[in-house]
Design a protein around this ligand. Structure first.
Ligand code: GSH
Length: 235
């Protein structure tokens, strides 16, 4: 590795969140494409980095890291940006929403994208699971819109935080995935404060760099189009 960091990524996967954070921090990094078409994430080499076979992995001087929120928090602490510092009175609120993003919102999305990994292959079961998840996701979006309406330094502020960069791709995915599923329930205009947050992000150089690297189109968060990446595939 010639750089300090190597991001194992697939276009428009959760690795996008880490790419955005690395770019916002102005760090140089190498990338290594995980070829989802050949299920490279299940191969022995990748599983040595992440035994769970999930993307992303960030190789760091302290070893390979997986779990998006852990990587974000580690990068923020290591580089002193993207999050309120440990002694800040704002840290508590930031942390609870970061963990909510990871273990509730992201986890619910995973179930909606990969129902077969949770309840087997019967499509009628998938439809029922997704119907339940839709209601949960709408409630989560309502809470996040309310959060974005508050004048917080760590969500929707002029300088983006790790939480902004975690939430924005997840909203993109709600608009685009599952490819064959019903996504009409997702309407960003219902969440004006989240819309404003996403618009602001779209003017960041970090987002422009990610758009170019992963073929995300000009408005990846407010009006997302399917990724057209220069290498690899999104799913
Ligand atoms: N909890 C993990 C979830 C990561 C995740 O769901 N990654 C997806 C891509 S967005 C993945 O690796 N999917 C491939 C698979 O499930 O085989 C994290 O936060 O990093």
């Amino acid at each position: 590795m010639t750089q300090t960091y190597r991001l194992h990524y697939a276009p428009d996967n959760a690795s996008l969140i880490i790419r955005l954070a690395l770019e916002e921090l102005g760090l140089s990094y190498e990338t290594s494409l995980v070829d989802r078409r050949s299920r490279a994430q299940d191969g022995a080499a990748y599983r040595r980095l992440n035994p769970n076979g999930l993307i992303p992995v960030l190789e760091t001087p302290d070893g390979p890291m997986f779990e998006t929120a852990a990587i974000l928090l580690w990068l923020a602490d290591r580089h002193g940006a993207l999050a309120p510092e440990a002694i800040s009175p704002e840290r508590a609120a930031f942390l609870k929403w970061l963990f909510f993003a990871s273990n509730t919102l992201h986890a619910d999305l995973r179930m909606s994208f990969y129902p077969e990994k949770y309840i087997g292959s019967d499509p009628s079961h998938h439809a029922a699971l997704r119907a339940g998840l839709r209601e949960r996701l709408k409630a989560h979006l309502g809470h996040l819109d309310d959060l974005a309406s508050q004048d917080l330094s760590w969500f929707g502020a002029e300088t983006p935080s790790a939480l902004d960069y975690y939430i924005a791709p997840m909203l993109r995915w709600m608009a685009l995935y599952p490819e064959q599923g019903d996504r009409s329930w997702y309407d960003l205009s219902t969440y004006p404060h989240l819309h404003a947050l996403l618009s602001k992000l779209e003017s960041r150089p970090a987002v422009h760099a990610a758009i170019k690297a992963e073929g995300l189109g000009e408005t990846p968060f407010t009006k997302p189009l399917p990724a057209n990446p220069p290498e690899g595939s999104a799913t």
